[in-house]
Design a protein around this ligand. Structure first.
Ligand SMILES: Nc1nc2c(c(=O)[nH]1)N[C@@H](CN(C=O)c1ccc(C(=O)N[C@@H](CCC(=O)O)C(=O)O)cc1)CN2
Length: 289
């Protein structure tokens, strides 16, 4: 069994991105990422701090706009509108989850799809679905990168995604389909889940239940990707997969922490650089017209 080292892969990708950004900087161009955080959620505060740290490391200019928990939906929409119009910011993201009084779909839909570095806007979701992706969600994109880096064959293989969220499960299924895997989406209401997951050559688990997937869910030699981020009964960070026993059966497995998480932030940075480069090309094209 091999442990997929997401941290190491993320660091390598960040080093490559740093060189790309340095080339842009030498032309006077600095990619800009605006992160909007609403409220005081502890985990979200850690994630946005990590995004700012990685952006800084790569040379991306980032700013975190902190809004009060009770900010109105309209105020948040106004902020997004302001930054949509500001050419200094190539990427805009709103950290999730949002407080209950704010309609998440309406907020994500307000972000200019060209600046939607999270890939959550329905335009970008639609492009992914149509097989013509533009901006894509970072977590599944990071998983595809990991599978590539570890030479996991996907074409013709049976992939099962456990979880149907818009930010992981659904886009993950589309990306695996694009790699010619035969994909099944399962979820909390799926009957005989273990029977289904036992058929998977590649199993992606994003169900949000600590240590839920045990060895008897796994086909011998399967590749197991754990997207979970939970606390166990002792408050220790753990995934959705019971690592100790599943690693006895799997051929490749991601740990938590140090697996999918670091790749999520790295792919976000890659999309920010990409958004910046596209905006320059568009400006150049506009001048040519
Ligand atoms: N606007 C967004 N909101 C959320 C996203 C997202 O992609 N965009 N995903 C998650 C949170 N998230 C990024 O925002 C995220 C979660 C976890 C990690 C990570 O690196 N985890 C580490 C462990 C961290 C720890 O010690 O607590 C790991 O797995 O090694 C990165 C990003 C929901 N919201």
């Amino acid at each position: 069994m091999t442990i997929i080292d997401g941290k190491m892969l993320a660091e390598k990708m960040q080093a490559d991105l740093k060189l790309k950004v340095a080339r842009l900087q030498s032309q006077g161009i600095v990619p800009g990422l605006l992160v909007i955080l609403v409220g005081e959620d502890n985990a979200s505060q850690i994630y946005v701090r990590n995004k700012a740290r990685v952006a800084d490391k790569i040379g991306i200019r980032s700013e975190t706009l902190r809004l009060a928990e009770n900010v109105s939906e309209q105020e948040l929409l106004n902020v997004i509108e302001k930054y949509n119009k500001d050419d200094n910011w190539h990427g805009i993201l709103v950290q999730l989850p949002l407080p209950n009084h704010i309609n998440e779909g309406r907020i994500l839909h307000a972000i200019d799809p060209k600046k939607d570095v999270d890939g959550f806007h329905s335009y970008n979701m639609g492009r992914l679905m149509a097989g013509n992706p533009a901006m894509v969600p970072s977590t599944p994109a990071g998983i595809v990168e990991m599978l590539r880096a570890y030479n996991v064959e996907l074409s013709g293989k049976r992939a099962v995604v456990v979880g149907r969220s818009n930010i992981v499960g659904k886009p993950m299924a589309m990306m695996l389909l694009a790699e010619n895997a035969t994909v099944t989406i399962a979820h909390s209401k799926t009957e005989n889940l273990a029977t289904l997951t036992k058929e998977a050559d590649v199993l992606v688990v994003a169900i949000g239940r600590a240590n839920f997937v045990t060895a008897d869910f796994i086909k011998s030699g399967a590749v197991v990707i754990d997207v979970g981020m939970n606390r166990d009964e002792n408050g220790k960070l753990c995934g959705d997969v019971k690592f100790d026993e599943v690693s006895e059966v799997a051929s490749l497995i991601t740990p938590v922490p140090g697996g999918v998480g670091p790749m999520t932030i790295t792919m976000l940075m890659e999309q920010t650089v990409e958004a910046c480069m596209k905006s320059i090309n568009n400006m150049t094209d506009d001048r040519r017209k």
